[in-house]
Write a protein that binds this ligand. Structure first.
Ligand code: HEM
Ligand SMILES: [Cu+2]
Length: 553
Protein backbone atom coordinates (compact mmCIF):
# COMPACT_ATOMS: atom_id res chain seq x y z
CA UNK A 1 0.00 0.00 0.00
CA UNK A 2 1.39 3.36 -0.87
CA UNK A 3 0.11 6.73 0.00
CA UNK A 4 1.54 9.88 -1.48
CA UNK A 5 2.08 12.48 1.11
CA UNK A 6 2.55 16.18 0.48
CA UNK A 7 3.26 17.26 4.02
CA UNK A 8 4.93 15.44 6.86
CA UNK A 9 2.49 12.97 8.37
CA UNK A 10 0.66 13.99 11.46
CA UNK A 11 2.05 11.94 14.29
CA UNK A 12 -0.47 9.28 15.22
CA UNK A 13 -1.32 9.07 18.88
CA UNK A 14 1.19 6.54 20.12
CA UNK A 15 1.49 4.89 23.44
CA UNK A 16 4.17 7.04 25.09
CA UNK A 17 7.60 5.74 24.15
CA UNK A 18 9.21 4.04 27.13
CA UNK A 19 11.57 6.80 28.13
CA UNK A 20 14.72 5.71 29.84
CA UNK A 21 15.18 7.15 33.28
CA UNK A 22 17.07 6.33 36.43
CA UNK A 23 14.37 3.99 37.74
CA UNK A 24 14.02 1.74 34.69
CA UNK A 25 17.69 1.68 33.74
CA UNK A 26 18.10 -1.72 35.35
CA UNK A 27 15.98 -3.90 37.58
CA UNK A 28 18.47 -6.39 39.02
CA UNK A 29 19.38 -6.33 42.67
CA UNK A 30 22.97 -5.57 41.67
CA UNK A 31 21.87 -2.57 39.65
CA UNK A 32 20.60 -1.12 42.92
CA UNK A 33 23.16 -2.34 45.42
CA UNK A 34 26.12 -1.41 43.21
CA UNK A 35 24.70 1.78 41.78
CA UNK A 36 26.72 4.98 41.85
CA UNK A 37 23.76 7.09 40.73
CA UNK A 38 23.03 9.63 43.47
CA UNK A 39 19.29 9.28 42.81
CA UNK A 40 19.26 5.55 43.39
CA UNK A 41 21.45 5.96 46.47
CA UNK A 42 18.89 8.46 47.75
CA UNK A 43 16.20 5.81 47.44
CA UNK A 44 18.37 3.25 49.20
CA UNK A 45 18.60 5.68 52.09
CA UNK A 46 14.87 6.36 51.91
CA UNK A 47 14.06 2.70 52.40
CA UNK A 48 16.66 2.24 55.15
CA UNK A 49 15.74 5.26 57.25
CA UNK A 50 12.05 4.42 56.92
CA UNK A 51 12.84 1.00 58.33
CA UNK A 52 14.62 2.58 61.30
CA UNK A 53 11.84 5.12 61.77
CA UNK A 54 9.35 2.28 62.14
CA UNK A 55 11.50 0.50 64.74
CA UNK A 56 12.11 3.72 66.66
CA UNK A 57 8.39 4.44 66.47
CA UNK A 58 7.47 1.05 67.87
CA UNK A 59 9.76 1.64 70.84
CA UNK A 60 8.14 5.04 71.43
CA UNK A 61 4.70 3.49 71.25
CA UNK A 62 5.51 0.94 73.92
CA UNK A 63 7.01 3.65 76.15
CA UNK A 64 3.89 5.75 75.74
CA UNK A 65 1.58 2.80 76.43
CA UNK A 66 3.55 1.98 79.54
CA UNK A 67 3.16 5.54 80.79
CA UNK A 68 -0.64 5.35 80.64
CA UNK A 69 -0.69 4.05 84.21
CA UNK A 70 1.23 5.55 87.13
CA UNK A 71 2.66 2.17 88.05
CA UNK A 72 3.98 1.44 84.57
CA UNK A 73 2.31 -1.95 84.37
CA UNK A 74 3.26 -2.89 80.85
CA UNK A 75 7.01 -3.55 80.93
CA UNK A 76 9.65 -4.11 83.56
CA UNK A 77 11.85 -1.23 84.70
CA UNK A 78 14.96 -2.42 82.89
CA UNK A 79 12.98 -2.96 79.70
CA UNK A 80 11.61 0.55 79.99
CA UNK A 81 15.13 1.97 80.17
CA UNK A 82 16.15 -0.04 77.14
CA UNK A 83 13.11 1.07 75.21
CA UNK A 84 13.63 4.81 75.60
CA UNK A 85 17.31 4.35 74.86
CA UNK A 86 16.56 2.37 71.70
CA UNK A 87 14.02 4.99 70.69
CA UNK A 88 16.41 7.90 71.18
CA UNK A 89 19.44 6.25 69.59
CA UNK A 90 17.55 5.09 66.53
CA UNK A 91 15.58 8.27 65.97
CA UNK A 92 18.59 10.55 66.31
CA UNK A 93 21.46 8.66 64.72
CA UNK A 94 19.69 6.39 62.27
CA UNK A 95 16.66 8.39 61.26
CA UNK A 96 16.80 12.12 61.76
CA UNK A 97 20.45 12.86 61.06
CA UNK A 98 20.46 11.03 57.72
CA UNK A 99 16.85 11.92 56.83
CA UNK A 100 16.91 15.06 54.73
CA UNK A 101 20.63 15.22 53.92
CA UNK A 102 21.00 11.61 52.82
CA UNK A 103 17.62 11.22 51.11
CA UNK A 104 16.59 14.60 49.72
CA UNK A 105 20.14 15.99 49.71
CA UNK A 106 21.48 13.07 47.73
CA UNK A 107 18.63 13.24 45.30
CA UNK A 108 18.52 16.99 44.89
CA UNK A 109 21.95 18.51 45.31
CA UNK A 110 23.26 17.45 41.87
CA UNK A 111 19.93 18.22 40.20
CA UNK A 112 19.65 21.63 41.82
CA UNK A 113 23.18 22.67 40.90
CA UNK A 114 22.86 21.31 37.36
CA UNK A 115 25.44 18.55 37.77
CA UNK A 116 25.50 15.00 36.53
CA UNK A 117 26.19 13.49 39.94
CA UNK A 118 27.95 14.32 43.19
CA UNK A 119 31.68 14.91 43.12
CA UNK A 120 32.48 11.41 44.44
CA UNK A 121 29.77 8.94 43.37
CA UNK A 122 31.55 5.84 44.66
CA UNK A 123 32.22 7.45 48.01
CA UNK A 124 28.53 8.19 48.11
CA UNK A 125 27.66 4.52 47.73
CA UNK A 126 30.28 3.65 50.31
CA UNK A 127 28.63 6.08 52.73
CA UNK A 128 25.40 4.13 52.46
CA UNK A 129 27.18 0.85 53.17
CA UNK A 130 28.91 2.39 56.17
CA UNK A 131 25.56 3.63 57.42
CA UNK A 132 24.05 0.16 57.03
CA UNK A 133 26.99 -1.51 58.76
CA UNK A 134 26.63 0.85 61.71
CA UNK A 135 22.91 0.17 61.77
CA UNK A 136 23.57 -3.56 61.83
CA UNK A 137 25.77 -3.24 64.92
CA UNK A 138 23.18 -1.20 66.73
CA UNK A 139 20.35 -3.53 65.75
CA UNK A 140 22.44 -6.43 66.95
CA UNK A 141 22.86 -4.71 70.30
CA UNK A 142 19.14 -4.19 70.57
CA UNK A 143 18.29 -7.78 69.70
CA UNK A 144 20.99 -9.22 71.92
CA UNK A 145 19.60 -7.48 74.98
CA UNK A 146 19.53 -3.73 74.52
CA UNK A 147 21.20 -0.71 76.10
CA UNK A 148 19.94 1.24 79.09
CA UNK A 149 22.19 4.30 79.24
CA UNK A 150 19.92 6.71 77.35
CA UNK A 151 21.03 7.97 73.95
CA UNK A 152 23.43 10.36 75.71
CA UNK A 153 25.66 7.58 77.10
CA UNK A 154 26.61 9.61 80.13
CA UNK A 155 29.81 8.42 81.76
CA UNK A 156 30.82 6.91 84.08
CA UNK A 157 27.58 4.92 83.95
CA UNK A 158 28.14 3.96 80.31
CA UNK A 159 31.88 3.46 80.64
CA UNK A 160 31.99 1.56 83.90
CA UNK A 161 28.72 0.44 85.43
CA UNK A 162 26.11 -0.45 82.83
CA UNK A 163 26.06 -4.17 82.09
CA UNK A 164 24.09 -3.82 78.85
CA UNK A 165 25.28 -3.79 75.24
CA UNK A 166 26.97 -0.40 75.34
CA UNK A 167 29.94 -1.36 73.20
CA UNK A 168 28.02 -2.80 70.25
CA UNK A 169 25.72 0.22 70.18
CA UNK A 170 28.60 2.65 70.49
CA UNK A 171 30.51 0.91 67.71
CA UNK A 172 27.42 1.18 65.52
CA UNK A 173 27.17 4.92 66.14
CA UNK A 174 30.91 5.37 65.65
CA UNK A 175 30.76 3.63 62.27
CA UNK A 176 27.69 5.53 61.14
CA UNK A 177 29.45 8.78 61.98
CA UNK A 178 31.85 8.18 59.10
CA UNK A 179 28.92 7.98 56.75
CA UNK A 180 27.85 11.40 57.93
CA UNK A 181 31.34 12.85 57.52
CA UNK A 182 31.79 11.47 54.01
CA UNK A 183 28.36 12.62 52.88
CA UNK A 184 29.10 16.10 54.20
CA UNK A 185 32.44 16.22 52.38
CA UNK A 186 30.82 15.06 49.18
CA UNK A 187 28.23 17.84 49.37
CA UNK A 188 30.74 20.57 50.19
CA UNK A 189 33.00 19.65 47.27
CA UNK A 190 30.08 19.26 44.87
CA UNK A 191 28.56 22.60 45.79
CA UNK A 192 31.91 24.33 45.40
CA UNK A 193 33.04 22.66 42.21
CA UNK A 194 30.11 21.43 40.19
CA UNK A 195 27.62 24.27 39.86
CA UNK A 196 26.28 24.85 36.35
CA UNK A 197 27.59 27.88 34.46
CA UNK A 198 25.85 31.01 35.72
CA UNK A 199 24.80 29.44 39.01
CA UNK A 200 26.51 31.90 41.34
CA UNK A 201 26.36 31.56 45.12
CA UNK A 202 23.57 34.09 45.31
CA UNK A 203 21.50 32.28 42.72
CA UNK A 204 21.65 28.99 44.62
CA UNK A 205 18.43 27.53 45.95
CA UNK A 206 18.11 28.11 49.69
CA UNK A 207 17.95 24.36 50.16
CA UNK A 208 21.53 24.19 48.88
CA UNK A 209 22.59 26.89 51.36
CA UNK A 210 21.10 24.87 54.17
CA UNK A 211 22.69 21.62 53.03
CA UNK A 212 26.01 23.42 52.76
CA UNK A 213 25.77 24.70 56.32
CA UNK A 214 24.67 21.27 57.52
CA UNK A 215 27.60 19.62 55.78
CA UNK A 216 30.03 21.89 57.57
CA UNK A 217 28.63 20.78 60.91
CA UNK A 218 28.81 17.15 59.83
CA UNK A 219 32.44 17.43 58.82
CA UNK A 220 33.60 19.44 61.84
CA UNK A 221 31.36 18.04 64.55
CA UNK A 222 31.07 14.32 63.93
CA UNK A 223 34.75 13.53 64.64
CA UNK A 224 34.26 14.88 68.17
CA UNK A 225 31.46 12.38 68.72
CA UNK A 226 33.68 9.63 67.36
CA UNK A 227 36.44 10.58 69.79
CA UNK A 228 34.06 10.66 72.76
CA UNK A 229 32.80 7.20 71.91
CA UNK A 230 36.32 5.93 71.46
CA UNK A 231 37.25 7.24 74.91
CA UNK A 232 34.23 5.53 76.49
CA UNK A 233 35.37 2.33 74.81
CA UNK A 234 38.92 2.72 76.14
CA UNK A 235 37.65 3.15 79.65
CA UNK A 236 35.12 0.35 79.37
CA UNK A 237 37.48 -2.18 77.84
CA UNK A 238 40.84 -1.27 79.36
CA UNK A 239 39.93 0.69 82.46
CA UNK A 240 41.65 3.92 81.36
CA UNK A 241 40.76 6.64 83.85
CA UNK A 242 39.14 9.21 81.61
CA UNK A 243 35.63 9.78 82.90
CA UNK A 244 35.33 7.68 86.06
CA UNK A 245 36.38 9.74 89.09
CA UNK A 246 37.31 6.53 90.90
CA UNK A 247 39.98 6.04 88.26
CA UNK A 248 41.02 9.67 88.34
CA UNK A 249 38.78 10.73 85.46
CA UNK A 250 36.21 13.51 85.11
CA UNK A 251 32.59 12.69 84.19
CA UNK A 252 31.90 16.29 83.23
CA UNK A 253 34.50 15.95 80.51
CA UNK A 254 32.26 13.42 78.83
CA UNK A 255 29.34 15.80 78.89
CA UNK A 256 31.44 18.54 77.33
CA UNK A 257 32.64 16.28 74.55
CA UNK A 258 29.24 14.75 73.95
CA UNK A 259 27.36 18.03 73.71
CA UNK A 260 30.06 19.71 71.68
CA UNK A 261 28.84 17.39 68.95
CA UNK A 262 25.27 16.80 69.95
CA UNK A 263 24.16 20.37 70.24
CA UNK A 264 25.37 21.19 66.72
CA UNK A 265 23.81 17.88 65.72
CA UNK A 266 20.36 19.25 66.44
CA UNK A 267 21.12 21.78 63.71
CA UNK A 268 22.07 18.90 61.41
CA UNK A 269 18.50 17.83 62.03
CA UNK A 270 16.72 21.18 61.72
CA UNK A 271 18.70 23.20 59.12
CA UNK A 272 17.84 20.93 56.16
CA UNK A 273 14.17 21.19 57.08
CA UNK A 274 14.47 24.95 57.04
CA UNK A 275 15.94 24.58 53.56
CA UNK A 276 12.96 22.52 52.45
CA UNK A 277 10.53 25.08 53.83
CA UNK A 278 12.43 27.83 52.01
CA UNK A 279 11.74 25.99 48.74
CA UNK A 280 8.09 25.22 49.39
CA UNK A 281 6.94 28.65 50.55
CA UNK A 282 8.02 30.64 47.47
CA UNK A 283 6.46 28.02 45.20
CA UNK A 284 3.08 27.90 46.90
CA UNK A 285 2.96 31.66 47.38
CA UNK A 286 4.32 32.46 43.91
CA UNK A 287 6.79 34.98 45.27
CA UNK A 288 10.50 35.42 45.60
CA UNK A 289 11.33 34.81 49.27
CA UNK A 290 11.58 37.97 51.28
CA UNK A 291 15.22 38.48 52.27
CA UNK A 292 16.80 35.68 50.23
CA UNK A 293 20.32 36.52 51.33
CA UNK A 294 19.30 36.78 54.99
CA UNK A 295 17.76 33.32 54.89
CA UNK A 296 20.90 31.92 53.27
CA UNK A 297 23.36 33.58 55.62
CA UNK A 298 21.29 32.75 58.67
CA UNK A 299 21.80 29.06 57.85
CA UNK A 300 25.53 29.60 58.02
CA UNK A 301 25.19 31.71 61.17
CA UNK A 302 23.17 28.99 62.88
CA UNK A 303 25.84 26.46 61.95
CA UNK A 304 28.59 28.66 63.43
CA UNK A 305 26.74 29.75 66.60
CA UNK A 306 25.62 26.15 67.12
CA UNK A 307 29.18 25.30 68.08
CA UNK A 308 29.30 27.88 70.88
CA UNK A 309 26.43 26.85 73.10
CA UNK A 310 26.97 23.24 74.15
CA UNK A 311 27.35 24.22 77.78
CA UNK A 312 23.61 24.93 78.13
CA UNK A 313 23.22 21.19 78.63
CA UNK A 314 25.51 21.36 81.65
CA UNK A 315 23.77 24.02 83.75
CA UNK A 316 23.13 21.60 86.59
CA UNK A 317 26.25 19.51 86.15
CA UNK A 318 28.34 21.60 88.51
CA UNK A 319 30.19 23.61 85.87
CA UNK A 320 31.16 27.03 87.13
CA UNK A 321 28.41 29.62 87.43
CA UNK A 322 30.35 31.96 85.17
CA UNK A 323 30.58 29.34 82.45
CA UNK A 324 26.85 28.76 82.86
CA UNK A 325 26.15 32.48 82.47
CA UNK A 326 28.25 32.73 79.34
CA UNK A 327 26.67 29.67 77.77
CA UNK A 328 23.25 30.97 78.65
CA UNK A 329 23.91 34.27 76.93
CA UNK A 330 25.51 32.65 73.91
CA UNK A 331 22.48 30.40 73.52
CA UNK A 332 20.35 33.44 72.80
CA UNK A 333 22.58 34.21 69.83
CA UNK A 334 21.17 31.23 67.96
CA UNK A 335 17.70 32.65 68.41
CA UNK A 336 18.58 35.62 66.20
CA UNK A 337 19.20 33.82 62.88
CA UNK A 338 16.33 31.45 63.67
CA UNK A 339 13.96 34.35 64.23
CA UNK A 340 15.21 36.02 61.04
CA UNK A 341 14.17 32.96 59.10
CA UNK A 342 10.73 32.73 60.65
CA UNK A 343 10.24 36.44 60.04
CA UNK A 344 11.31 36.17 56.41
CA UNK A 345 9.14 33.14 55.65
CA UNK A 346 6.16 34.91 57.14
CA UNK A 347 6.92 38.07 55.21
CA UNK A 348 7.21 36.00 52.03
CA UNK A 349 3.67 34.77 52.49
CA UNK A 350 2.36 38.28 53.07
CA UNK A 351 0.34 39.30 49.98
CA UNK A 352 1.31 36.10 48.20
CA UNK A 353 -1.38 34.02 46.55
CA UNK A 354 -1.14 31.01 48.81
CA UNK A 355 -2.43 27.60 47.78
CA UNK A 356 -2.71 24.92 50.42
CA UNK A 357 -1.39 21.78 48.82
CA UNK A 358 0.12 19.15 51.10
CA UNK A 359 3.72 20.43 50.99
CA UNK A 360 2.47 23.87 52.00
CA UNK A 361 0.46 22.40 54.87
CA UNK A 362 3.63 20.79 56.16
CA UNK A 363 5.56 24.03 55.71
CA UNK A 364 2.97 25.94 57.71
CA UNK A 365 2.99 23.19 60.34
CA UNK A 366 6.75 23.47 60.47
CA UNK A 367 6.66 27.21 61.09
CA UNK A 368 4.13 26.93 63.91
CA UNK A 369 5.72 24.00 65.70
CA UNK A 370 9.29 25.13 65.22
CA UNK A 371 8.37 28.53 66.62
CA UNK A 372 6.83 26.85 69.65
CA UNK A 373 9.91 24.69 70.13
CA UNK A 374 12.21 27.65 69.61
CA UNK A 375 10.43 29.89 72.08
CA UNK A 376 10.51 27.23 74.78
CA UNK A 377 14.16 26.83 73.87
CA UNK A 378 14.60 30.34 75.21
CA UNK A 379 13.13 29.11 78.51
CA UNK A 380 15.59 26.26 78.86
CA UNK A 381 18.45 28.44 77.68
CA UNK A 382 17.81 30.73 80.65
CA UNK A 383 20.07 29.39 83.37
CA UNK A 384 17.69 29.89 86.27
CA UNK A 385 14.59 28.55 84.50
CA UNK A 386 16.48 25.49 83.33
CA UNK A 387 17.38 24.58 86.88
CA UNK A 388 13.66 24.11 87.46
CA UNK A 389 12.79 22.22 84.26
CA UNK A 390 16.03 20.34 83.65
CA UNK A 391 15.48 16.62 82.98
CA UNK A 392 11.72 17.02 83.17
CA UNK A 393 9.13 16.43 80.48
CA UNK A 394 9.37 20.12 79.65
CA UNK A 395 12.64 19.32 77.91
CA UNK A 396 11.14 16.28 76.21
CA UNK A 397 8.35 18.48 74.85
CA UNK A 398 10.81 21.17 73.78
CA UNK A 399 13.06 18.88 71.79
CA UNK A 400 10.18 16.99 70.21
CA UNK A 401 8.69 20.28 69.03
CA UNK A 402 12.01 21.00 67.33
CA UNK A 403 12.94 17.54 66.15
CA UNK A 404 9.54 16.09 65.30
CA UNK A 405 7.37 19.20 64.90
CA UNK A 406 10.19 20.92 63.02
CA UNK A 407 12.50 18.45 61.37
CA UNK A 408 10.07 15.62 60.62
CA UNK A 409 7.41 18.03 59.31
CA UNK A 410 9.98 19.52 56.95
CA UNK A 411 11.09 16.08 55.87
CA UNK A 412 7.54 14.97 55.10
CA UNK A 413 6.81 18.25 53.30
CA UNK A 414 9.93 17.73 51.20
CA UNK A 415 9.08 14.12 50.40
CA UNK A 416 5.66 15.20 49.14
CA UNK A 417 7.01 18.20 47.26
CA UNK A 418 9.64 16.20 45.34
CA UNK A 419 7.76 12.88 45.17
CA UNK A 420 6.53 13.56 41.62
CA UNK A 421 10.10 14.35 40.62
CA UNK A 422 11.50 11.23 42.26
CA UNK A 423 8.90 8.79 40.99
CA UNK A 424 7.18 10.44 38.03
CA UNK A 425 3.87 9.94 39.82
CA UNK A 426 1.56 12.05 41.93
CA UNK A 427 0.51 11.01 45.41
CA UNK A 428 -3.22 11.14 46.25
CA UNK A 429 -3.72 14.72 47.38
CA UNK A 430 -6.74 14.18 49.63
CA UNK A 431 -5.17 11.38 51.62
CA UNK A 432 -2.03 13.42 51.93
CA UNK A 433 -3.84 16.48 53.25
CA UNK A 434 -5.80 14.35 55.68
CA UNK A 435 -2.66 12.81 57.12
CA UNK A 436 -0.86 16.16 57.30
CA UNK A 437 -3.74 17.45 59.41
CA UNK A 438 -3.85 14.29 61.55
CA UNK A 439 -0.14 14.54 62.17
CA UNK A 440 -0.43 18.17 63.21
CA UNK A 441 -3.22 17.50 65.70
CA UNK A 442 -1.79 14.21 66.91
CA UNK A 443 1.55 15.87 67.45
CA UNK A 444 0.17 18.70 69.55
CA UNK A 445 -1.96 16.39 71.64
CA UNK A 446 1.07 14.19 72.28
CA UNK A 447 3.61 16.78 73.20
CA UNK A 448 1.81 19.87 74.49
CA UNK A 449 0.68 18.13 77.71
CA UNK A 450 4.31 17.25 78.28
CA UNK A 451 5.21 20.93 78.70
CA UNK A 452 2.71 21.07 81.54
CA UNK A 453 3.85 17.76 82.99
CA UNK A 454 7.42 18.95 83.01
CA UNK A 455 6.57 22.31 84.49
CA UNK A 456 4.67 20.51 87.25
CA UNK A 457 7.75 18.44 87.92
CA UNK A 458 7.42 15.08 86.20
CA UNK A 459 10.98 13.93 85.51
CA UNK A 460 11.89 12.33 82.19
CA UNK A 461 13.08 8.73 81.92
CA UNK A 462 11.04 7.66 84.95
CA UNK A 463 8.99 4.52 84.76
CA UNK A 464 6.50 5.27 87.54
CA UNK A 465 4.97 8.58 88.55
CA UNK A 466 2.53 10.03 91.10
CA UNK A 467 -1.16 9.49 90.16
CA UNK A 468 -1.87 13.22 89.74
CA UNK A 469 0.17 13.16 86.51
CA UNK A 470 -1.97 10.46 84.95
CA UNK A 471 -4.53 12.58 83.10
CA UNK A 472 -1.90 14.49 81.18
CA UNK A 473 -0.03 11.28 80.42
CA UNK A 474 -3.13 9.62 79.05
CA UNK A 475 -3.77 12.65 76.83
CA UNK A 476 -0.23 12.38 75.57
CA UNK A 477 -0.58 8.68 74.85
CA UNK A 478 -3.87 9.24 73.03
CA UNK A 479 -2.20 11.87 70.89
CA UNK A 480 0.63 9.47 70.14
CA UNK A 481 -1.79 6.95 68.72
CA UNK A 482 -3.34 9.59 66.44
CA UNK A 483 0.16 10.58 65.42
CA UNK A 484 1.04 6.98 64.66
CA UNK A 485 -2.00 6.67 62.37
CA UNK A 486 -1.00 9.94 60.71
CA UNK A 487 2.49 8.59 60.01
CA UNK A 488 1.13 5.28 58.79
CA UNK A 489 -0.92 6.83 55.97
CA UNK A 490 1.97 8.26 53.92
CA UNK A 491 3.75 4.94 54.26
CA UNK A 492 0.88 3.23 52.47
CA UNK A 493 -0.37 5.80 49.95
CA UNK A 494 3.13 6.69 48.77
CA UNK A 495 3.80 3.01 48.08
CA UNK A 496 0.41 2.78 46.38
CA UNK A 497 1.23 5.77 44.18
CA UNK A 498 4.28 4.00 42.76
CA UNK A 499 1.92 1.84 40.72
CA UNK A 500 -1.37 3.70 40.62
CA UNK A 501 -0.45 7.36 41.05
CA UNK A 502 -1.31 9.77 38.24
CA UNK A 503 1.73 10.15 35.94
CA UNK A 504 3.10 13.63 36.22
CA UNK A 505 4.93 16.16 34.09
CA UNK A 506 8.43 17.49 34.59
CA UNK A 507 7.13 20.42 36.63
CA UNK A 508 3.78 19.73 38.28
CA UNK A 509 4.06 22.64 40.75
CA UNK A 510 5.27 25.19 38.19
CA UNK A 511 8.30 25.66 40.36
CA UNK A 512 11.54 27.41 39.49
CA UNK A 513 14.85 25.58 39.99
CA UNK A 514 16.94 23.37 37.76
CA UNK A 515 15.55 20.11 39.12
CA UNK A 516 12.20 20.96 37.53
CA UNK A 517 13.69 21.47 34.09
CA UNK A 518 14.48 17.83 33.53
CA UNK A 519 11.87 15.08 33.08
CA UNK A 520 10.28 13.23 36.01
CA UNK A 521 11.78 10.85 36.87
CA UNK A 522 15.09 12.29 35.66
CA UNK A 523 17.30 10.43 33.20
CA UNK A 524 20.36 8.73 34.68
CA UNK A 525 22.60 11.57 33.53
CA UNK A 526 20.17 14.15 35.02
CA UNK A 527 20.30 16.62 32.13
CA UNK A 528 20.69 15.92 28.45
CA UNK A 529 22.81 19.05 28.12
CA UNK A 530 24.47 21.14 30.78
CA UNK A 531 21.98 23.77 31.87
CA UNK A 532 23.02 27.40 31.86
CA UNK A 533 21.54 29.64 34.52
CA UNK A 534 20.57 33.18 33.58
CA UNK A 535 17.96 33.98 36.23
CA UNK A 536 17.88 34.78 39.89
CA UNK A 537 16.48 32.00 42.09
CA UNK A 538 12.73 31.96 42.71
CA UNK A 539 11.79 34.57 40.14
CA UNK A 540 8.18 33.46 40.39
CA UNK A 541 6.64 36.73 39.28
CA UNK A 542 8.45 36.54 35.95
CA UNK A 543 7.95 32.79 35.67
CA UNK A 544 4.19 33.18 35.99
CA UNK A 545 4.12 35.96 33.44
CA UNK A 546 5.98 33.78 30.97
CA UNK A 547 3.80 30.76 31.61
CA UNK A 548 0.74 32.97 31.36
CA UNK A 549 1.79 34.07 27.87
CA UNK A 550 2.56 30.53 26.88
CA UNK A 551 6.29 30.94 27.32
CA UNK A 552 7.05 28.00 29.55
CA UNK A 553 10.75 27.62 29.85
C1 HEM B 1 5.60 9.06 67.35
C2 HEM B 1 6.26 10.02 67.84
C3 HEM B 1 7.07 9.98 69.11
C4 HEM B 1 6.69 9.67 70.36
C5 HEM B 1 5.32 9.25 70.82
C6 HEM B 1 7.84 9.81 71.21
C7 HEM B 1 7.86 9.58 72.56
C8 HEM B 1 8.96 9.65 73.35
C9 HEM B 1 9.01 9.34 74.74
C10 HEM B 1 7.83 8.88 75.57
C11 HEM B 1 10.27 9.54 75.18
C12 HEM B 1 10.78 9.28 76.56
C13 HEM B 1 11.09 10.52 77.23
C14 HEM B 1 11.95 10.24 78.37
O1 HEM B 1 11.52 9.45 79.24
O2 HEM B 1 13.04 10.81 78.41
C15 HEM B 1 11.02 9.99 74.06
C16 HEM B 1 12.35 10.31 74.12
C17 HEM B 1 13.08 10.72 73.03
N1 HEM B 1 12.63 10.89 71.73
FE1 HEM B 1 10.76 10.55 71.10
N2 HEM B 1 8.88 10.20 70.45
C18 HEM B 1 8.46 10.30 69.14
C19 HEM B 1 9.18 10.64 68.05
C20 HEM B 1 10.54 10.97 68.09
C21 HEM B 1 11.32 11.33 66.94
C22 HEM B 1 10.80 11.37 65.51
C23 HEM B 1 12.55 11.61 67.41
C24 HEM B 1 13.76 12.06 66.65
C25 HEM B 1 13.85 12.06 65.41
C26 HEM B 1 12.57 11.42 68.82
C27 HEM B 1 13.65 11.59 69.64
C28 HEM B 1 13.69 11.31 70.96
C29 HEM B 1 14.85 11.40 71.80
C30 HEM B 1 16.24 11.83 71.36
C31 HEM B 1 14.47 11.02 73.08
C32 HEM B 1 15.36 10.99 74.31
C33 HEM B 1 15.65 9.61 74.70
C34 HEM B 1 16.36 9.64 75.99
O3 HEM B 1 15.94 10.38 76.87
O4 HEM B 1 17.35 8.92 76.08
N3 HEM B 1 11.33 11.03 69.21
N4 HEM B 1 10.20 10.05 72.96
CU1 LIG C 1 21.88 22.30 72.96
Amino acid sequence: MSIIERSPPIQPVQPPRARRHYLNSGYSVASWLLTVDHKRIALLYLVSITFFFVIGGIAATVVRLDLMTPQGDLVRTETYNKLFTAHGVIMVFFFLIPSIPAVLGNFLVPLMIGARDLAFPRLNLLSWYIYMLGGAFTLYALLAGGVDTGWTFYAPYSSTYSNTYVMATAVGIFITGFSSILTGLNFVVSIHKMRAPGLTWFRLPLFIWSIYATSIIMVLGTPVLAISILLVAMERLFGFGIFDPRLGGDPILFQHLFWFYSHPAVYIMILPSMGVVSEIIPCFCRRRPFGYAFIGFSSVAIAVFGFLVWGHHLFVSGQSVYAGLVFSMLSYLVAIPSAIKVFNWTASMHKGSISFETPMLYALGFIGLFTMGGLTGLFVAALAVDVHVHDTYFVVAHFHYIMVGGAVMGYLGGIHFWWPKMTGRMYPENWARLSAILIFFGFNLTFFPQYILGYLGMPRRYHVYPPEFQVLNVMSSAGASILAVGYFFPLTYLLWSLWYGKPTTSNPWNATGLEWQTPSPPPTENFTETPIVVDEAYDYERFDQQVGTGGAR
